[in-house]
Design a binder for this molecule. Structure first.
Ligand SMILES: Nc1ncnc2c1ncn2[C@@H]1O[C@H](COP(=O)(O)OP(=O)(O)OP(=O)(O)O)[C@@H](O)[C@H]1O
Ligand SMILES: [Mg+2]
Length: 468
């Protein structure tokens, strides 16, 4: 059976996964950018806070340094700052210089280290040994240069905390976006899945099936409509082909019968020379072959049109096999080959014995044609697991695996050179059609030990029970 399904199933999985990855990446990158912007804003805001603190502290220091006293006295700054920095000693760091006298005041928490000047700007960050990073504001107040620093550690701690929270949020959002993206992609691809599944179900024998289309006009329903129109065209083409084969076979039958009748009459009337008599006999043989081909084609057309009704009887297949085996053995001996059969399991199988006999006879004649002289042909039958499994093995040359399906096509004959064998290449097509009418399947596999060919038939059985 040929499938006309549009095989897009392999592609839907990667698209679903790709959509999920794209969605998750888009969400994660957007969030990461938002967090990075928030990080910069917050950091700038906190540092600005420190700068404002330093500036406000300078205002208070300035008050003390403006006292009406001898500013050039080397002890002046010390005295002024003892009062000014009394309350904030541990928070602020002071480096005050009198540019006129060169007197220097360094707050105790600077541990003897001066705060270096910035090359550019009045606010800057500086790192001092044993003190850490400071945010420094540098102020000019004649004749003093005042540098006030505040530890940057608190800002760094706050920013580290912010980073940890952002990373945790980012990881959580990434997982959530994968789940949401997966859900979205399934939702978006669901119509494609429905189209794909329906299209896969459509075979030669159920070409009338169509993809369900919702009453909307979007890309998916348009695609389904286009596919349905394609199936309409396919169905009508196949109908025409079947009709042509059926009608042509039927129309050929009557003239052929007439030709055969004339030839038979010529033989019966006598008066033909021996040479002409031989020629008419050959004609009759060929006519018989042609007649059989036409019968077989008609059968296939009717089977495809479901115009063949099987005479199904639910029976134990053992007696049927026994009777077939008797004939098969005689036939095999006639051709100098051997035949053997085994049957196991019990159960009822519904089958049309005449049609199934026709199938087995074709398989047997194929096996006889390819078997070497004295070769063994084995028919095995097993009723088990709800199936009646029949196989015919031969000791012939077998076939390459690439031909296992091809031999079921009409008019395919792979060994036309076999002497005196005049098959039409329709036998296996008919076998498949008959087995199909039984809701079963037939296929070729390598023979035992990779020698010869094994043709396997599987037909549903009821109440099967295996002996072994
Ligand atoms: N057991 C087998 N071993 C090797 N090749 C086989 C075997 N059975 C079938 N074939 C190949 O498959 C082809 C098709 O077989 P099929 O029964 O359809 O046609 P046929 O036997 O040639 O003619 P027909 O059965 O119509 O008289 C055969 O011609 C043969 O080449
Ligand atoms: Mg055959």
């Amino acid at each position: 059976m040929k499938s006309f399904g549009i095989l897009i199933d392999h592609a839907t999985k990667p698209i679903g996964i790709r959509l999920t990855i794209w969605y998750s990446l888009a969400v994660t990158v957007t969030l990461a950018c938002a967090f990075a912007a928030a990080y910069t804003l917050l950091q700038n805001h906190l540092i600005l806070g420190l700068d404002l603190q330093n500036a406000s502290q300078f205002k208070s220091v300035k008050v003390h340094l403006s006292r009406d006293s001898d500013r050039d006295d080397p002890t002046f700054i010390d005295r002024a700052m003892r009062v000014a920095s009394n309350r904030n000693a541990s928070i602020f760091f002071y480096d005050i210089r009198n540019t006129r006298t060169g007197a220097v005041f360094l707050s105790g928490n600077l541990r003897g280290q001066a705060i270096p000047s910035a090359r550019n700007g009045r606010v800057f960050a500086v790192k001092l040994d044993d003190v850490g990073e400071l945010r420094v504001g540098e102020f000019e107040f004649e004749p003093f240069t005042v540098k006030i620093g505040t530890p940057l550690g608190q800002v760094t701690d706050a920013m580290d905390g912010f980073t940890r929270i952002c990373l945790a949020l980012l990881a959580a959002m990434m997982l959530m976006s994968v789940a949401i993206g997966f859900g979205f992609s399934r939702l978006a691809l669901n119509p494609i899945r429905v189209i794909s599944e329906t299209a896969k179900r459509i075979h030669l024998d159920n070409l009338n099936q169509r993809i369900p289309v919702a009453d909307v006009h979007d890309e998916m329903s348009d695609l389904a409509r286009i596919l349905n129109q394609m199936f309409d065209r396919l169905e009508s083409s196949f109908k025409q082909i079947r009709q042509f084969a059926a009608e042509a076979s039927h129309e050929l039958k009557s003239p052929l019968s007439l030709v055969r009748l004339h030839a038979e009459k010529m033989l019966m009337d006598g008066g033909l020379s021996p040479v002409h008599e031989d020629a008419v006999r050959v004609q009759l043989e060929e006519l018989a072959r042609l007649d059989q081909i036409i019968e077989e084609l008609l059968f296939l057309s009717r089977a495809e049109a479901r115009a063949i009704t099987l005479d199904l009887k639910s029976v134990n297949p053992a007696p049927f096999l026994q009777s077939f085996a008797q004939d098969a053995r005689v036939l095999a001996e006639h051709y100098g080959k051997r035949f053997n059969h085994t049957h196991a399991g019990e159960g009822q199988v519904a089958f049309d014995d005449k049609r199934l006999r026709q199938v087995l006879l074709n398989l047997l004649s194929n096996a006889l044609n390819v078997s070497p002289p004295g070769g063994l042909i084995t028919l095995r039958s097993l009723v088990a697991g709800g199936l009646w499994c029949l196989s015919i093995e031969d000791q012939g040359p077998g076939l390459p695996a690439s031909d296992y399906e091809r031999i079921f096509e009409r008019f395919v004959r792979l060994q036309p050179s076999v002497a005196e064998y005049q098959g039409s290449g329709l036998g296996l097509a008919i076998c498949r059609s008959i087995v199909g009418l039984h809701q079963g399947r037939i296929f070729a596999t390598p023979g035992p030990g990779d020698q010869g060919l094994r043709m396997v038939i599987e037909i549903p059985a009821q109440g099967a029970r295996s002996d072994g």
